[in-house]
Write a protein that binds this ligand. Structure first.
Ligand code: NAD
Ligand code: ZN
Length: 374
């Protein structure tokens, strides 16, 4: 069992992501090395716990009554779930020296993370991510929070964990659509920070899609490392961390205009990355060859729900009201060459409109099936 130990810097001190196939068996040992806790509390969902509870729970030494399961549907990612978790912790006497172990995908991590940040003004937190998105993205970087009816992730805190335990084995039971959605974020990491990994994905995408243990065993730690490097240098997203939003300005507009019902997030990011590649090319930044490589690799993720049939102006409006748009100015992360990305301010509206108009048409033309609904 070879594990990568990835250091992440944060304002609350450094923490480690231990990543490797089979590493979950070391969880008791890794957690014991953090120090003594008065009690250990698992926060997860019924669905996740059914899938991985047996493997994850082994040896952790928590009382049965200290397993707290809540609904991890995106629609239940609200303050009510934080209250539910906090009250459950209270009822079993969790104190300041207790530890919360969040076991699940990004929803569990964000909600349990925010509960850990606010319960008794903060108790220790360990993440055990069980989706690809959580393993390569959401468990690293300390962002926690919940949605409001007014928008996504509007209430939250930066609350770094003490440790992240990432085992690709836990992904075996993950539904295919979730897995493929996570791969969109992996492609994103390659485009913005790791050109050799992009080439590797071009070569190995079939093995990755089959969840080949060797392929995932190296791919996941490599991606965790990329996220760790970016957030260590810019924890609070004042600059560099923005590059992680490659494809996301488009994706958020696609998601909000379809009321978060049409796309799994990664599917919207897949469309968004293709649009961002086209936009980069429109602005004479992204070479044509990179655009075509990005389109080809993204297409290998499989069919995507179709682009919404709304005028570009409607999507543009959604982009301007994105919470990251900063005063309505259009900002985009674009890639001037494979493995690099920067934020570009004040992108001409006309270029964005053109891209919104031709992205679904060009992509459809390049692939008979991509625009087809599932
Ligand atoms: N904090 C961050 O930096 C950050 C980054 C990216 C995304 N997010 C957030 O993460 C959330 C999305 O997270 P996600 O993509 O991990 O999906 P998710 O947490 O919604 O999980 C997807 C589905 O898979 C199930 N599941 C999870 N692990 C499983 C397993 N091993 N086997 C079987 N089923 C399993 C869940 O129960 C759920 O139904 C969003 O709310 C998003 O805002 C946060
Ligand atoms: Zn994303």
């Amino acid at each position: 069992m070879k594990a990568a130990r990835i250091r992440v810097q944060s304002s609350a001190g450094p923490y480690t992501v231990v990543a490797g196939t089979g590493i979950i068996r070391q969880a008791p040992h890794e957690i014991a090395a953090l120090g003594k806790f008065s009690s250990i509390h698992i926060v997860s969902s019924a669905k996740v716990w059914r899938a991985v509870g047996k493997i994850v729970g082994r040896g952790l030494g928590f009382a049965k009554r200290n397993i707290h399961l809540f609904n991890d549907a995106e629609s239940a990612k609200h303050l009510g779930s934080v209250e539910q978790i906090a009250r459950a912790l209270c009822r079993v006497g969790a104190d300041r020296k207790s530890l919360i172990v969040a076991v699940g995908g990004g929803v569990v991590g964000d909600v349990a993370g925010f509960a850990a940040a606010s319960y008794l003004r903060g108790v220790a937190l360990v993440h055990i991510p069980t989706t690809l998105v959580a393993q390569v993205d959401s468990s690293i970087g300390g962002k926690t929070g919940v949605n409001l009816p007014e928008g996504k992730n509007l209430v939250g805190a930066f609350y770094p964990p003490r440790l992240v335990i990432t085992d690709p084995d836990l992904l075996r039971t993950l539904p295919d659509r979730e897995f493929r959605g996570g791969l969109a974020e992996v492609i994103k990491h390659a485009v913005i920070a790791d050109a050799p990994m992009f080439s590797l994905l071009e070569k190995n995408m079939d093995c990755v899609l089959e969840r080949d243990p060797d392929a995932l065993g190296s791919l996941i730690p490599r991606n965790a490392q990329i996220k760790a490097r970016v957030v260590s240098r810019d924890e609070h997203e004042s600059g560099l961390r923005e590059i992680l939003n490659f494809g996301h300005t488009f994706a958020h507009a696609l998601e909000s205009i379809t009321h978060y019902r049409r796309y799994q997030h990664g599917e919207a990011v897949a469309w968004g990355m293709m649009a961002a590649a086209f936009l980069g090319h429109e602005l004479h930044l992204t070479p044509a060859e990179d655009v075509s490589r990005i389109i080809s690799l993204v297409r290998r993720l499989g069919p995507l729900p179709p682009w919404p049939s709304v005028p570009p102006a409607a999507l543009l409006k959604a982009m301007r009201s994105d919470k990251k748009a900063r005063g309505g100015v259009l900002r985009f992360v674009l890639s001037p060459r494979m493995g690099q990305a920067h934020t570009y301010d004040s992108v001409p509206q006309l270029a964005v409109e053109r891209v919104l108009h031709f992205t679904p048409r060009l992509v459809l033309a390049a692939s008979g099936h991509l625009g087809a609904a599932k």
